[in-house]
Write a protein that binds this ligand. Structure first.
Ligand SMILES: [Fe+2]
Length: 279
């Protein structure tokens, strides 16, 4: 299972079209099983910005998983934020706000953490979204990789530049461990951050925990902390034993995304319910 994971495209003022072209080129080169974009596709949720996203995704033309971020709903158009926050999302992308995508060997649940009526930046998950995920993963074959895609982060970056994590993060991660989630893909922090659920959730059996992979901003000028001014994406390989992540960074000279140092996580369970350490 090969996944190309981008995030925080932020089409609009911070958008870098040349970097976006490199993202499309890499997607064709790798021909992954899935392309995941974990939110903040636009900067201000304007029709023009969504049009740019649509064109970019059409150029990728592969099995796609999308989830909204806090920038994908209006910030300053307050009435629109309250009454019809996802109008442009539905008009241009035609993807559910929470969705389930099944491909050969994997089930992906994408949950919308934007919550525009409750919070502006920090994000929220509603208990009914946990129930949605649980239902979606209930009858999945044990051999399937279970992937969760969500824009907001569960664990703060070491420099705290990405802001505070989702409210109730530890409790949520406990729930996702119970569902046998193998991998979480997200963004929002605008820098690469690769950790596991063990950062928040203790396990007396000392199993390794769910890899939590935050992608930097793939195509915008809004990189933070060590990735200020930089653009990143993740290439993720999952097999029976490991989740191997290779962050890639845009190189201005070659106009391509080039691989950085990779990191490998053990798969932390073999089936649901009775999660066994496979490391
Ligand atoms: Fe965000």
């Amino acid at each position: 299972m090969l996944i190309l994971h981008g995030s925080d495209f932020q089409t609009g003022r911070p958008y870098r079209p040349r970097v976006a072209a490199a993202f499309v080129a890499l997607s064709r080169e790798l021909a992954p099983d899935l392309v995941v974009v974990s939110g903040d596709l636009t900067q201000r949720a304007k029709a023009r910005e969504y049009g740019t996203v649509r064109a970019l995704l059409d150029a990728v033309d592969m099995p796609l998983v999308l989830t909204p971020g806090n920038h994908d709903v209006p910030l300053y158009r307050i009435w629109e934020r309250i009454l019809t926050p996802y109008r442009q999302w539905h008009r241009f992308l035609g993807v559910g706000l929470d969705s389930v995508i099944r491909v050969d060997g994997a089930t992906v649940v994408a949950l919308n953490s934007a919550a525009p009526r409750r919070t502006v930046v920090r994000g929220r998950l509603h208990p009914r979204q946990l129930a949605f995920a649980r239902r979606a993963l209930d009858d999945v074959p044990v051999t399937d990789v279970r992937i969760l895609v969500i824009h907001h982060h569960f664990v703060a970056t070491p420099d705290r530049e990405g802001g505070r994590p989702l409210p109730g993060a530890a409790e949520l991660l406990r729930a996702f461990e119970g569902m046998g989630v193998d991998l979480v893909l997200g963004g929002h922090v605008h820098q690469t951050h690769l950790t596991t659920s063990r950062a928040l959730v203790r396990d007396p059996r000392r199993r390794p925990g769910i890899p939590l992979l935050a992608c930097g901003t793939t195509t915008s000028s809004r990189g933070r902390g060590p990735e200020a001014g930089r653009n990143g994406l993740l290439v993720v390989r999952v097999d029976d034993r490991v989740v191997a992540v290779t962050p890639h960074f845009f190189d201005g000279e070659t106009g391509r995304f080039l691989p950085g140092p990779d990191k490998t996580f053990p798969r932390w369970r073999v089936d649901t319910g009775v999660a066994e350490d496979v490391s």
